[in-house]
Design a protein around this ligand. Structure first.
Ligand code: 13P
Length: 687
C-alpha cells in the first residue's frame, strides 16, 4: 500500500514537473524575440545591459527554452530518469532562490517564465517554483525506479531527437517569420480599442474629508455637505476587481506635427497599414521596395499608411534617405512596438481598430498600385485562424507522430514481453524435459564410519523405509569394503543400489591391502566412488591414477560415481571452473558408451562436512559449466544424459532447493547418509 502511494506520488510529481517544463520551453521557443526582450530587461535591471546584446539574448533564450523543453520531455516519457531528475533538482535549486529575490526586489514585474502565454507575478512564480522544487526532490529521492517509462530505452532517442528538432524549428520559424502562436494583445483578430480598456467590475469611489467647527468627517458624493463645511482632503478607492488593460501604452504621435493620431487611426473604418519598427537603426532595409510598393498601393487606393517607430527624427531622416520612404512617421513607445509585431520592421493591417493581418519583413504582402482594392481581395479579409485553432494545429503536428511512435513502441514492447515469457516458459519446459530424461539419484557415502553391525542395521532400516514408501529417484549406498558383501544381501532385490568408496588402480596381484574393481563387483556391488576429494588429498590420487581406476571399474561392469570439486582457495580465486575441467581429464579418453556408465558428483571441498553448502545458484552455475564441458568433449546428447550430483553438507532442509536447479540431478551425501531419517529426508526431496 505504502509502495503504491509512493509510486503514485512520484509519477504525479514527475508529470507536474514535466508539464511545467514543457510548457515553459515551448512558450519561450514560440517567441524567441519575447525572451530576448525579457532577458534584456533582466540584464538592464541588474546593470548588465552591455552583456546582453540582441544576438546573445536570442541564443541564450533559445538554449534555455531547449533545455527546459528537453528536461520536461524526458521527465514526461521517463527518459534518462536518474540524471533528468538530478538536473531538474539543480535547476530548481538555482531558480527558486533567484525568484524569491525577484519577488522581494521586483526589478521586472513579470518573470517571463511562460513567455507571453501565461503572465505570472513574481510571487506567483516563486510559489510555482516551490511546488516544482518539492516535486523534483520527490523524483530524486524516490523516483529512481518508480517513474513509469512511456517509451523503451532502445527507442527513446527517436522521439528525443524528433522533439528537439521540432521545438528548434518552432524557434527558427518564429525568427524567420512570426511566432506560430501569437499570445499578445495585437494578434490577428484582436480589437485594439477593446484591449486598451481596463476590465473587471471595478468602481472608483471618491470620499471627501470636510471640517466644520473643528470637527472632521468623511462624506461621499451622495451626501456631500453644504457650504458651511470646508474641504480638507479626499481619497479615491477602487471597489471590486480591476483587470488592467492588455494594451496600456499605445499612442501614435505624428512625427512632424506632434499630433496624437491614435484615436483617429483606431476608429477608422477604412484600412490602415502600420509599418512597425521599434528602431529604424536596426531595421531590415533589404525589403524596402516592398514597403514602398505597399505605400504606393495605399496612395492609389486612399488607404492610410503610417510607419510607427520609437527612433528619433535623425534616424527617421536617415531611413528616408536610405530607402526613399515617402510615407508619414509616428512616434510610439518602443516596448509597445516590440509587442505589436516580432519583426523589425513588421506590417500590421487594421480596419476599425481590428488587426486584419500581420506580416514580418521576410514575408511582406505582394501588392503594388495596380493590385485590386482590399475590399475585393483576400488580403483585406479577416482570417481569424484564432490562437486556439493555431495552437491545436501545432499541437497535432507535434503530437500525432509522437503518439504513433510511442504506440508502435508499446505494441512492440508488449509483444516482446509475451514472446519472452513464452520463450522462458518453453525453455523451462525444455530444461525440465531434459532433466526428467536423466536419472535422479541420491547416493550415500558412508566414508570410514559404522562397524559391520551398525552398517547392517542402517541398510536394513533404509530398506524397510523405502519398501514402505517407494522413492522417486535411484538410491545408492556406498559403504566401506567390509560391509559390501553383507549389505549386498540386504539390498538385493530392492530399490537400493550398492557401491564401494574406492577400488585399486591395479587389476590384481601383490598389492597388499588393496581391493580391485573385480573384487568389488564380486560382492554384488554395482557402483564405485572414484576421485573423492578425500582420496585425492590424503592418498595422492592424481588424474592419471584415477584414469586407471575408472578404466578398471568400467571394464569390470561397475558404474562410476566420479567426484570433482575445488578447494576454498581455488573458489576464492575464481578458479573453480578451471579446476573441475582439469579433474575431468580422467574421463576424456572414454567412449560415449563408457561415459553412459559414469555419474558425476560435484563436491566443493569447502562444503564437505563443514556445514557450509554451496547455494543452489552456485551449484547450478558450475553444474551447467560441467555439462558444457561434457558436451564439448563428447556430445550434446552425452551432456544431456549424464547425471550430475551435488555433494557437500546436503541435508533434508536444503536438498529440495538444490535439486530444483535444472542441472542438478541429485546428491552425494556424506554425514546425512549415516542416519536413515536424514537420508530418507533427502530422498524425499525428489517427491
Ligand atoms: P557431507 O555431506 O558430510 O558434507 O559429505 C559430502 C561428501 O563428501 C560425500 O561424498
Amino acid at each position: 500500500m505504502k509502495q503504491k502511494l509512493l509510486w503514485l506520488l512520484v509519477n504525479l510529481c514527475r508529470f507536474v514537473v514535466a508539464a511545467a517544463f514543457i510548457f515553459s520551453g515551448v512558450t519561450k521557443m514560440i517567441d524567441p524575440h519575447g525572451v530576448e526582450y525579457k532577458l534584456q530587461d533582466y540584464a538592464e535591471a541588474f546593470g548588465l545591459a552591455s552583456l546582453m546584446p540582441s544576438t546573445v539574448a536570442i541564443v541564450a533564450g533559445m538554449l534555455l527554452a531547449l533545455v527546459e523543453f528537453r528536461l520536461g520531455f524526458c521527465a514526461f516519457f521517463g527518459i534518462y530518469r536518474r540524471i533528468t531528475a538530478r538536473i531538474l533538482l539543480v535547476f530548481m535549486l538555482l531558480f527558486t532562490p533567484l525568484t524569491l529575490y525577484l519577488a522581494l526586489t521586483n526589478p521586472v514585474t513579470d518573470c517571463g517564465c511562460f513567455g507571453e502565454a501565461l503572465v505570472l507575478t513574481n510571487w506567483q512564480t516563486f510559489g510555482k517554483n516551490i511546488i516544482l522544487l518539492l516535486c523534483t526532490i520527490v523524483m530524486v529521492v524516490w523516483g529512481r525506479t518508480r517513474q513509469l517509462r512511456i517509451i523503451s530505452e532502445s527507442r527513446q532517442w527517436i522521439i528525443l531527437i524528433y522533439s528537439q528538432i521540432f521545438v528548434l524549428c518552432l524557434g527558427f520559424y518564429a525568427l524567420w517569420r512570426l511566432p506560430l502562436v501569437d499570445f499578445r494583445p495585437f494578434h490577428i483578430g484582436a480589437n485594439i480599442p477593446e484591449q486598451m480598456q481596463d476590465g473587471g467590475d471595478a468602481e472608483f469611489v471618491t470620499t471627501y474629508l470636510m471640517e466644520k467647527d473643528g470637527k472632521q468627517q468623511w462624506f461621499g458624493l451622495e451626501d456631500y455637505p453644504d457650504s458651511t463645511w470646508t474641504y480638507v482632503d479626499s481619497k479615491t478607492e477602487v471597489i471590486g476587481e480591476l483587470i488592467p488593460a492588455a494594451i496600456d501604452n499605445l499612442q501614435m504621435y505624428d512625427q512632424t506635427t506632434g499630433e496624437d493620431l491614435t484615436d483617429m487611426v483606431l476608429a477608422d473604418e477604412g484600412y490602415t497599414f502600420l509599418l512597425i519598427s521599434p528602431s529604424l537603426e536596426d531595421a531590415d532595409d533589404g525589403h524596402m521596395d516592398a514597403y514602398n510598393r505597399i505605400y504606393d498601393f495605399c496612395q492609389a487606393n486612399d488607404y492610410r499608411f503610417l510607419c510607427l517607430t520609437s527612433s528619433n527624427d535623425s534616424c527617421v531622416v536617415r531611413w528616408q534617405e536610405m530607402t526613399g520612404a515617402e510615407y508619414p512617421f509616428c512616434h510610439t513607445d518602443n516596448l509597445t512596438l516590440k509587442t505589436m509585431v516580432r519583426s523589425n520592421p513588421g506590417l500590421l493591417l487594421l480596419k476599425g481598430g481590428v488587426v486584419i493581418g500581420k506580416w514580418p519583413f521576410t514575408d511582406m504582402p505582394d501588392i503594388d498600385e495596380d493590385s485590386p482594392r482590399l475590399e475585393q481581395s483576400e488580403l483585406g479579409r479577416l482570417h481569424v485562424e484564432g490562437n486556439a485553432k493555431m495552437a491545436l494545429k501545432f499541437f497535432l503536428w507535434f503530437i500525432i507522430p509522437l503518439l504513433v511512435v510511442t504506440f508502435l513502441d508499446r505494441v512492440w514492447w508488449g509483444t516482446s514481453i509475451v514472446i519472452n515469457r513464452m520463450r522462458k516458459k518453453h525453455n523451462i519446459v525444455k530444461q525440465l524435459n531434459k532433466k526428467t530424461m536423466r536419472k535422479k539419484i541420491v547416493a550415500g557415502n558412508w566414508k570410514m564410519n559404522l562397524n559391520l553391525q551398525e552398517g547392517v542395521a542402517l541398510a536394513t532400516e533404509l530398506k524397510e523405509a523405502l519398501a514402505a514408501e517407494k522413492p522417486n529417484c535411484d538410491v545408492i549406498i556406498c559403504t566401506p569394503f567390509i560391509h559390501l558383501a553383507t549389505v549386498a544381501g540386504i539390498t538385493e532385490g530392492t530399490v537400493i543400489g550398492l557401491g564401494a568408496e574406492n577400488c585399486a588402480d591395479k587389476e590384481k596381484g601383490a598389492y597388499t591391502g588393496e581391493v580391485s574393481a573385480a573384487q568389488v563387483k564380486s560382492t554384488g556391488a554395482q557402483y564405485v566412488i572414484l576421485g573423492h576429494s578425500e582420496r585425492r588429498t590424503y592418498y595422492g590420487e592424481t588424474v592419471e591414477i584415477l584414469k586407471e581406476k575408472v578404466d578398471l571399474a568400467l571394464a569390470n561392469g561397475l558404474k562410476v560415481i566420479f567426484c570433482i570439486g575445488e578447494v576454498l582457495e581455488e573458489r576464492e580465486a575464481g578458479k573453480q571452473n578451471e579446476v573441475v575441467a582439469a579433474q575431468l581429464e580422467s574421463l576424456y579418453h572414454l567412449s560415449e558408451e563408457q561415459l553412459a556408465n559414469v555419474i558425476l558428483a560435484y563436491e566443493p571441498v569447502w562444503a564437505i562436512g563443514t556445514g557450509k553448502t554451496a547455494t543452489a545458484e552456485q551449484a547450478q552455475e558450475i553444474h551447467e559449466f560441467i555439462r558444457g564441458i561434457i558436451a564439448g568433449n563428447f556430445s550434446e546428447k552425452a551432456a544431456e544424459e549424464i547425471s550430475i550430483l551435488y555433494g557437500g553438507s546436503c541435508k533434508p532442509s536444503n536438498a529440495k532447493e538444490i535439486f530444483s536447479k535444472p542441472d542438478v540431478d541429485g546428491g552425494l551425501i556424506g554425514g546425512a547418509a549415516l542416519k536413515c531419517a536424514d537420508f530418507k529426508g533427502i530422498i524425499d526431496a525428489w517427491n
